[in-house]
Design a binder for this molecule. Structure first.
Ligand SMILES: Cc1cc2nc3c(=O)[nH]c(=O)nc-3n(C[C@H](O)[C@H](O)[C@H](O)COP(=O)(O)OP(=O)(O)OC[C@H]3O[C@@H](n4cnc5c(N)ncnc54)[C@H](O)[C@@H]3O)c2cc1C
Length: 386
């Protein structure tokens, strides 16, 4: 097997695979290294809310029509607990057919991976990258597969490993919100099929994303509290959820298996300054899920990087000029997305009376002022590219 590539993508998660798909049929030699073994599906249980903008990008990648198990969001209802102020966004007033979509992470991942199988991109599974260095004007990538060490060379290495294993090499700035997200599927007596709910509480936001005949629940709470919620029996869980959320979807009837994710903001400083290397998706920025921005932003990262790569002569791939151009194109969207998400968490995760009144006023403005509503909704659907 060749060890020389134009582009090596480290991590075949949803963002890395999307980039690989955007580069197929380009005559570039592209390789994806994924730690997960072949034919072993990801066990990740999270659901993702995709924006309408992501739908358009996934359609361009030839993936959208193959996706199954999707529920549409046409209305988003935003409120805060124990206070006034609420905002409702409708797809029709924003001139889009849907505001977004909900689907399991695994459904997205499997469809992206299946689509990649029929392309000229080389995918190596069970390949855990352990080293990334620069030598002789190219990236040198070391990985282990079945206990054996291998080395690849690339003009451009794209780190899309979710920010996990290579974090020591690219230490991110970290902010711990002191919160965990508990996720599960719930059913209720009055589900509103295409309506998502975002409810801010002093302990952290709560989201109900419509999926199948119920909702994917993201219940954010301080770490210790989240562990307690995890341990409740189902009856206690449903009762406490009812108290916390109210009765907008009737009575909560059942809850599935629960899983906890610790949350924080992690951002690679100024992207990687290492030559011939780009950080992408969660490796570049891991955000709180409150605004459902993580994958949506990672997909925009992947799309813009693909355009940049296709616009660059092969011998200049990974050059400082190319990397600077990519950083420049992504700077505003990335910064605004991080600040928006971080600001939401900080603004809404407290019960100070003055702040609560300000939040109520902000939600009312969002609800009543069409230009504010359009501005916020466009940012959430398309980033700053909208
Ligand atoms: C509870 C929760 C809810 C969320 N909800 C939303 C939402 O509604 N909308 C949204 O847009 N985002 C959401 N997100 C964020 C979203 O899940 C991430 O932004 C997205 O998964 C990032 O994709 P990625 O490909 O960058 O990283 P990952 O999904 O982490 O994929 C990384 C891949 O790299 C592989 N890998 C890791 N290390 C190595 C290595 N050393 N060598 C080779 N391969 C390696 C892994 O096996 C994996 O396949 C949520 C996150 C959480 C925690």
């Amino acid at each position: 097997m060749s060890t020389q590539y134009d582009v090596v993508i480290i991590g075949g998660g949803p963002v890395g695979t999307a980039l690989a798909l955007a580069l197929r049929d380009s005559k570039l030699k592209v390789c994806v290294l994924e730690a997960r073994p072949a034919n072993i599906a990801s066990k990740d249980v999270r659901a993702l809310a995709l924006s309408y903008g992501s739908r358009l990008l996934l359609a361009r990648l030839g993936v959208w029509d193959a996706l199954r198990e999707i529920s549409a969001i046409r209305t988003i209802h935003i409120s805060q607990k124990q206070s006034f102020g609420r905002a409702v966004l409708h797809a029709e007033e924003l001139n889009v057919p849907e505001l977004g979509y909900v689907l399991p992470y695994t459904a997205l991942q499997d469809t992206l991976t299946d689509t990649l199988k029929n392309c000229d991109v080389v995918s190596i599974y069970g390949a855990s990258v352990t080293q990334l260095i620069n030598s002789d004007g190219q990236a040198v990538i070391g990985y282990q597969q079945d206990g054996t060490e291998h080395t690849l060379h690339a003009r451009l290495a794209v780190v899309a490993d979710g920010g996990k294993l290579l974090a020591q090499q690219f230490p991110p700035e970290v902010h711990d919100y002191g919160q965990s997200a508990l996720i599960t599927h719930i059913t209720c007596s009055l589900p509103k099929a295409d309506t998502a709910f975002e409810r801010f509480t002093p302990q952290g936001p709560l989201a109900l994303l419509p999926f199948k005949h119920g909702y994917e629940l993201v219940w954010t709470a301080p770490h210790q509290r989240a562990q307690e919620i995890m341990a409740w029996d189902d009856a206690t869980f449903l009762h406490e959820l009812q108290q916390h959320f109210g009765d907008r979807v009737g009575e909560f009837l059942s809850v599935s298996k629960r899983t906890i994710f610790p949350l924080g903001l992690r951002r690679a400083p100024q992207q990687s300054q290492m030559p011939h290397t780009v950080l992408l998706g969660n490796a570049a920025q891991t955000m709180h899920p409150v605004a459902g921005q993580g994958f949506n932003m990672g997909l925009r990262d992947a799309w813009e990087l693909a355009l940049q790569i296709l616009d660059t002569k092969p011998e200049e791939l990974g050059s400082e000029a190319m990397l600077a151009a990519y950083r420049s194109v992504r700077r505003t969207d990335r910064e605004m997305g991080i600040r928006f998400t971080d600001g939401l968490v900080r603004l809404f995760s407290n019960d100070l009376p003055m702040v609560s009144a300000g939040r109520a006023a902000a939600l009312t403005a969002l609800d009543c002022l069409p230009f504010v509503k359009k501005f916020v909704a466009k940012r959430m659907m398309f980033g700053t590219n909208g």
